[in-house]
Design a protein around this ligand. Structure first.
Ligand code: HEC
Length: 122
């Protein structure tokens, strides 16, 4: 039974292998017609180089600078509050304890941006 199943997989791999080869040679003739859209799409994405992570880092930095830096120092190097670089962060801890002088004041979006920012610190 197992052998039968394995040989079925082997057979289907062979069939798929051949199938993609033949369709690839068919597809090759198509890009002439559809190439304008890929070439115009690429520069558009290059025009906005910031990824969603980079945007979250930027937002997190802004919140950090105004609400956390006073105790955890620039770049999380530590001051009144502990050093944050390389720490395993708990979003729920931050939400319910930080800023130390104003707990429960951050939205969950702000906390997740802060976690992304602090995690990026080296
Ligand atoms: C008023 C000072 C103060 C401010 C402002 C502050 N913290 Fe803290 N933070 C502390 C202290 C003190 C601790 C040590 C743990 C405790 O006392 O609860 C701490 C602990 C932490 C920890 C846990 C560190 C560890 O060792 O695991 C994290 C993460 C943290 N803070 C993040 C933040 C973030 C993010 C902000 C800004 C939203 C912030 N803190 C603002 C004082 C502060």
């Amino acid at each position: 039974m197992v052998y039968l199943f394995m040989s079925f997989i082997a057979l289907s791999l062979v069939l798929f292998g051949c199938g993609t080869n033949t369709t690839q040679s068919n597809v090759k003739s198509q890009p002439t017609a559809s190439s304008p859209s890929p070439t115009t799409f690429v520069p558009e994405s290059a025009a906005s180089p910031q990824t969603s992570v980079e945007l979250a880092v930027d937002r997190g930095l802004n919140i950090y600078d105004t609400q956390c830096k006073v105790c955890h120092e620039i770049n999380g190097s530590g001051g009144k509050g502990p050093r944050l670089i390389g720490k395993i962060l708990s979003a729920s801890f931050i939400q319910s304890n930080m800023p130390r002088n104003k707990p429960n004041s951050l939205s969950s979006d702000q906390v997740s941006d802060l976690v992304v920012y602090i995690t990026s610190l080296k």
